[in-house]
Design a binder for this molecule. Sequence first.
Ligand code: ADE
Ligand code: ZN
Length: 335
Amino acid sequence: ETMRNFLQELPKCEHHVHLEGTLEPELLFELAKRNNIVLPEQFPKSKAELTERYNNFADLQDFLDFYYIGTSVLLTEDDFFQLAWNYFERVAKNDGLAHTEVFFDPQSHTERGVSMDTVVKGFKRGCEKAEEELGISTKLIMCLLRHLPSSHGLETINQAEEYIVNGHIHALGLDSAEKPFPPELFVECYEKVKQLHGSINLTAHAGEEGDHTYITNSLDLLNVKRIDHGVNSIQSVELLQRLSDERILLSVCPLSNIKLQVFKELTQIPLLKFLEHDVPFSLNSDDPAYFGGYILDNYIAIHENFGFKIEIWEKIVKNSIHGSWCHQSRKDELL
Ligand code: ADE
Ligand code: ZN
C-alpha cells in the first residue's frame, strides 16, 4: 500500500499510449449503439464476454483485429473528444500522471470516411481541456499504419499538413503489424513530415515482434529519436551501447508484452539489461483498455516483479522526464 502510494505520486510521463487503445468495452458498446454501427457477427455481445476475450490474444495481429473493429465505432468529433477526455481524466486522477504523449491512427478513421479534421479537432479539444482542468501536459503523435502502403501514408501526411505545420501534431510515429512491414518502406513519409516541419519529433514502433535490425533501421533510415517497445534491442550489444550513447528512449509496455505474448513473464522483460547498459526507458500502457491496466498498473506490476529500490525508480522517472518532448521549463517543473 505504501509502495502503491509512492508509485502513484511519482511524476510519471507516458510516451506510449494509443488513444484508440483506451476505448473501454463500455464506451465501445455505447458508441456502437449511438452511431448505429453494426459490429461483426462473431464479435462478443457483452462487456463481460469482450473483456474475457481480451485475456486471450494469441499475438499482435490477433489483438489488432479487435482493435480495428473497436475503432470503427468512433464517428463524430465528440466521440474522439470523449475518448481522449476519459483517458486523461482517469490517469490524472487515479494514476498520478503528469505528462502524456498520445498516439492516434488517423488512417483507421479516414479509411471509413471520417475526416482528418474531425479526428484531430476532437482529440485536440480533449488535450486542451486536460491541460486546463487537470494540470497535466499533453502532446499528440500521429501514427501511420505500416500495413497500408506508404503512398497512403503520404496522403495522410498531406491531409494533416495544417496540423503538422502549426504544431498541433507534435510528432510522427509508425504502428500496426510490424513484421512484414520494415521501416525502410516509410522513408519517404518521414522525409515528407520533416520537410513540412523541420523540428517535428520522430518515433516508430520497432523491435516488438521484429528483430533488432528493425530498430537500427528506424534510427538510420527514418531518423527517429525514440523507439516504441524496442525490447528486441537485447539481441545486439552494439545496439544497446548506441541507444545509451545517443540517449534514445525506449517506450516499454510491460502489460502489453505479456498480453501479446512477447514475453511469458514480466521478469523476462530486459529492464535489468537496459539498466546495466544505461539505456533510457519509460514504462507505458500501450492499449490499456485491451491489456488490463493503465500506467500505474504497469508501474505496480514492474515493482512486484523486479522489486526496484527507490533509487532505481528515481532513475526511471528522471529518464522518462528527460526523454519527453515537452518544453524544458515543463521538465524542470517535473524534475
Ligand atoms: N497499435 C496499437 N497498439 C500497438 C502495438 N502494441 N504495436 C503495434 N501497433 C499497435
Ligand atoms: Zn503501441
